[in-house]
Design a protein around this ligand. Structure first.
Ligand code: HCA
Ligand code: CU
Length: 375
């Protein structure tokens, strides 16, 4: 069954700020808000205004920007926090509560009924203000499923726009996510949001499992930054969906993804991780001769999707000992150099010999092609 729809809740300005290396200035927050808005996300989530006077100031500023996305803020189920959030002018309030026995014992000590009671008051306040309201269970996958369903049914009956499930410590497997989201899907009529941490490397896979089971909203951050090693990355979600159901991401400005990742990487002072889908510096570099031969004939052989849609050029690497003659032929042709098959075999052997001995650079290979062609 195709996934009926997707809305991205871009949380670089909330979950992303919880990343160890992220300390955004007000200017950087505005810059990020504009960039993810231009990319086309439906929602931008910002840090709770309760966090600090600066957070409140930024929340007001971002909420007042001329953005297409709806600005949400994260809020505990505390009436004064909700009042402040609404006063900041946001378009929606993301309420949350820790519902696992871990958090109920070691964090707030409340029973399920008390959680629903606290939520009810805040849901009412938010609805009265005429803005969107979501209620999410923190640590949903270590919460007794009967408790989770009871809470979600209760808040859905109180009129929330969305219920949320957070895999707060990144322990859920795709099949667990599919099963629990399907149970929630059957229990409520409202939208379902999923928030996945990446502690075990399953965040993106879990997001897909959630969507396939009926979730409608996925939380992302640029580069996946967040608490510990973060959550679903925007580029990871885009890559995942592109091979499954490209129509779901066709409306986003995919050509801006690399610049977006580069911008946030620059702000936090880190490189884009080499494992980052789509935007990693070598994501469309091809090396081994056995691959490059096929790639040069038809790039679909070794690419999940064409790089051109992201404004990225594929590269076929030639300065290494795994180089194949087809790659060198291509390189020579691009330099306007021609030669027969014997020449190609000789120059291939030469490149391999040099590259086996030391690090070789592209311009040295170009020089070998020129010199041997002229010889
Ligand atoms: C947090 C916890 C959270 C909330 C997710 C959500 C998590 O940092 O406050 O709002 O659904 O991972 O549980 O990010
Ligand atoms: Cu989180």
């Amino acid at each position: 069954m195709p996934i009926p729809r997707l809305a991205i809740i871009e949380s670089t300005l909330r979950e992303g700020e919880q990343f160890a290396a992220a300390n955004f200035t007000p200017d950087q927050r505005r810059q990020i808000a504009h960039a993810v808005d231009d990319f086309g996300v439906e929602y931008i989530e910002v840090t709770s205004p309760v966090a600090s006077p600066q957070a409140a100031q930024s929340c007001r500023e971002i909420a007042a920007l001329p953005l297409s996305a709806t600005v949400l803020t994260h809020t505990r189920c505390v009436p004064d926090d909700v009042r402040l959030a609404i006063d900041c002018g946001v378009g929606g309030v993301d309420l949350l509560f820790g519902t696992s026995s871990w958090l109920r014992t070691h964090s707030h000590g409340l029973s399920i009924d008390e959680i629903v009671e606290a939520a009810a008051l805040c849901i009412e306040l938010t609805r009265e203000a005429g803005v969107e309201v979501r209620f999410s269970c923190e640590d949903a996958f270590r919460t007794d499923p009967a408790d989770l369903l009871r809470i979600h049914r209760a808040v859905a009956a109180l009129g929330v726009d969305r219920v949320g499930l957070a895999d707060t410590v990144g322990v859920a497997t795709p099949s667990q996510v599919a099963a629990l989201v399907a149970e929630v899907r059957a229990a409520v009529d409202c939208d379902i949001e999923f928030h996945a941490h990446n502690d075990t490397g399953c965040a993106v896979a879990n997001a897909l499992a959630a969507l396939e089971a009926g979730a409608t909203h996925i939380d992302t951050t640029v580069l996946g930054i967040g608490e510990r090693n973060g959550i679903v990355s925007l580029s990871g979600l885009v890559a995942r969906l592109l091979t499954v159901q490209p129509g779901l991401v066709a409306g986003y400005r995919l050509d801006q993804l690399t610049a977006l990742d580069q911008m946030v990487a620059g702000i936090i002072g880190l490189e884009i991780p080499f494992t980052s889908p789509i935007t990693a510096p070598f994501a469309f570099h091809h090396k081994a001769g056995i691959h490059t031969n096929a790639v040069l004939r038809d790039p679909r052989t070794y690419e999940p999707f064409p790089p051109e849609q992201f404004g990225i050029e594929r590269r076929v690497l030639v300065a290494h000992q795994l180089v194949g003659r087809h790659a060198l032929r291509e390189r020579a042709t691009s330099l306007g150099i021609d030669g027969d098959e014997g020449w190609l075999l000789r120059v291939t052997a030469e490149v391999k010999r040099h590259a086996g001995e030391r690090l070789l650079y592209d311009d040295e290979v170009d020089e070998m092609l020129r010199a041997s062609a002229g010889a």
